[in-house]
Design a binder for this molecule. Structure first.
Ligand code: SF4
Length: 365
């Protein structure tokens, strides 16, 4: 493990990058990459080399929409036991947060896995709704749980999303002149490297799948920089110790059996075709949206908005550094978050705040 944090090797890579005389804008879509970048000060090491890296829509909590949060709130208000991961509980929707509802007596539980939520259904006998968020990393557990015939009082409010359609949407929008993509290690462990080949072909963009240790990321950046310099388009895999071209075939099979792609919006994005995972008809008795259609009807046709000054939408599209949000560190802090990017441990704002860098970058917001 520690050879992936070796300072001397890191110094040699950075020196190699500095000598290339670059002016590069790269993007990644992974909260753990962002944590590594900022925690180890890699972003500061890379800036003098002419390399700027921003996080795109890679934080699952952050891209979950206000409507999805309102759905969970509506079910909790109607007496369901809502179980989800810790970060989700604190995200403010328009009418409050799950944490706030819990303070008012609603049954909201933090779980570490979907298995814990199934255990709650078995032990309490209550109607348990698991608010399932995340990308291809967490979706296989949801799929496998549903394939194992969970108890009848257990259902899933499915907010899982596929990463490749979001990358395509980001590139189609063309707001950022991204010259290379660092693809997420965890997601790629499941989906493999092949989905990126089509992206490389269509958008003529180089991509590197990278792991999460500092040297993984630096090597990923180095490989990308070389590809950009040579005008090379394609996909390289730095994270060979975990990622295979075909991915995790069993996990993909389980996902294919349980989910079907649907068009959904993401926070900060319009509707992205085929980017959502909906439960197939065979699982509708465990589909909270179908099972509690009456309870959720009150939300039909309503528009839900985030705080008007919150810039999470721009942060998630890689257009803004968190300190350039006017609320960052003043009004919006982890103790009183205004947007999800300050709540989630994978959110850019929370990561920036945690490691103590709170000054505006001076770049236009
Ligand atoms: S600092 Fe707060 S308000 Fe601003 S973008 Fe981040 S989460 Fe949203």
């Amino acid at each position: 493990m520690f050879r992936f944090r070796d300072r001397e090797t890191a110094g040699r890579i950075v020196e190699g990058l500095r000598k290339m005389g670059l002016n590069l804008f790269l993007m990644h879509v992974c909260g753990t990459h962002q944590d590594t970048l900022v925690r180890y000060g890699l972003d500061r090491l890379l800036e003098p080399c002419g390399i700027k890296i921003r996080q795109g829509p890679g934080c699952p909590v952050c891209v979950t929409t206000q409507r999805e949060i309102e759905e969970a709130l509506a079910l909790a208000r109607r007496g369901k036991l809502v179980a989800t991961f810790g970060d989700m509980v604190g995200v403010p929707g328009e009418s409050g947060s799950l944490a706030g509802l819990r303070g008012e007596g609603a049954d909201v539980r933090v779980v570490y896995s979907i298995r814990d939520a199934v255990g709650l259904a078995e032990r309490t006998g209550k109607e348990v709704v698991f608010l399932a968020i995340g990308f291809e990393t967490t979706a296989p557990s949801t799929a496998i749980t549903l394939l194992r015939d969970p108890p009848p009082n257990f259902s899933v409010l499915c907010c899982h999303r596929y990463i490749p359609p979001a990358i395509r949407a980001l590139l189609d929008m063309g707001e950022t002149r991204v010259q290379g993509l660092i693809e997420p290690g965890h997601v790629s462990t499941v989906i493999g490297t092949r989905p990126y080949e089509e992206i490389a072909e269509r958008y003529r963009i180089p991509q590197v799948v990278a792991g999460f240790e500092p040297l993984d990321l630096l090597m990923g950046v180095y490989l990308l920089a070389k590809m950009v310099q040579r005008g090379e388009v394609g996909v390289r895999n730095e994270y060979t110790r975990s990622v295979r071209p075909e991915g995790n075939v069993r996990a993909l099979k389980a996902m294919g059996e349980v989910f079907e792609p649907v068009d959904v919006d993401w926070r900060g994005f319009p509707v992205i075709p085929g980017s959502g995972m909906a439960l197939r008809e065979e699982f509708e008795e465990h589909d909270a949206r179908k099972r509690y259609e009456d309870e959720l009807r009150e939300l039909e046709g309503k528009e839900f908005r985030a705080h008007p000054s919150c810039r999470c939408d721009r942060v998630l599209r890689g257009l803004l550094d968190p300190p350039d949000c006017p609320l960052f560190g003043r009004v919006c802090t982890p103790r009183s978050p205004v947007g999800p990017c300050m709540v989630s441990s994978e959110g850019s704002c929370a990561i920036e705040y945690k490691y103590g860098r709170r000054e505006p970058s001076g770049q236009p917001a």
